[in-house]
Design a protein around this ligand. Structure first.
Ligand code: PEP
Length: 252
């Protein structure tokens, strides 16, 4: 049985002061999530990681939004995995479409980060998803398949099931135009079939696949009742503690 997972992605939002206020108000939510067998957390800007982790401790997952694949070196402005580990961070988003689009991150580059995170015992949340143009050409599956096969290159069977995959069609992120539950389920089930082809059914039955793209309290349940959707990666609706709470209560 795969545990449901709700992850927020704050992107470049909230000052440390605002993040601490959110964390103080979200502290109790961890108990409710655990009681209902849901894993829940937020991925926050680097500067907010330590203060938010200090408040939330283990009550909610606190994850990073990106990392560098090397442990240290002359990479101005980057953050390494040992730096994240040192402040108790054990989750990290990789390959969000905004990083792919604005910073040219390729699936090959994401693969290096996935391997580095897994070697360090962290859980990667690997994002994939197609543009509107690719979707309209009917090429979603071929596009996503390449992202998955390249992203998982040289990852062992044992490590593969630790990865969380987030399917996020770019045309649905922050646009309010969410993919229908049928489209989301079709692609998540397709992703699971690629994982089965790569690693067999033990891994494909265990790996968690999230949907992301304009998930809100009023539509979360329709996604999370689909067979192959194990949770959601949520941007906008994770910024406000009340809608973040509603995301959980509305799926119970
Ligand atoms: C995201 O940032 O990954 C996302 C899905 O954003 P939103 O929920 O705002 O569409």
């Amino acid at each position: 049985m795969r545990r449901k997972l709700l992850l927020g992605n704050w992107k470049m939002n909230k000052t440390v002061t605002e993040a601490k206020e959110f964390a103080l108000n979200a502290k109790e939510l961890g108990k409710l999530a655990r009681q209902n067998k849901v894993d829940m957390g937020v991925c926050v800007p680097y500067i907010c990681l330590a203060p938010v982790k200090k408040i939330l401790k283990t009550s909610l997952i606190v994850g990073a939004e990106n990392c560098h694949e090397l442990d240290h070196g002359a990479y101005t402005g980057e953050i390494s995995i040992p730096m994240l580990k040192d402040i108790g961070i054990s989750w990290c988003i990789i390959g969000h479409s905004e990083r792919r689009t604005y910073y040219g991150e390729t699936s090959e580059a994401c693969n290096k980060k996935l391997i580095a995170l897994l070697n360090n015992g962290l859980i990667p949340v690997y994002c994939c998803g197609e543009s509107l143009e690719t979707y309209e050409k009917g090429e979603t599956k071929a596009f996503v398949e390449e992202q998955i096969r390249t992203g998982f290159k040289d990852i062992s069977e044992e490590d593969a099931s630790k990865v969380v995959i987030a399917y996020e069609p770019i045309w649905s992120i922050g646009t309010g135009k969410n993919a229908s539950k049928e489209i989301a389920e079709d692609i998540c089930s397709f992703i699971r079939s690629i994982i089965k082809d790569l690693y067999g059914s033990k891994v494909s039955n265990r790996i968690r696949i999230l949907y992301g793209g304009s998930v809100k309290p009023n539509n979360i349940k329709e996604y999370l009742t689909q067979k192959d959707i194990d949770g959601a990666l949520v941007g906008g609706a994770s910024l406000d503690v009340n809608s973040y709470k509603e995301l959980l209560t509305n799926l119970l």
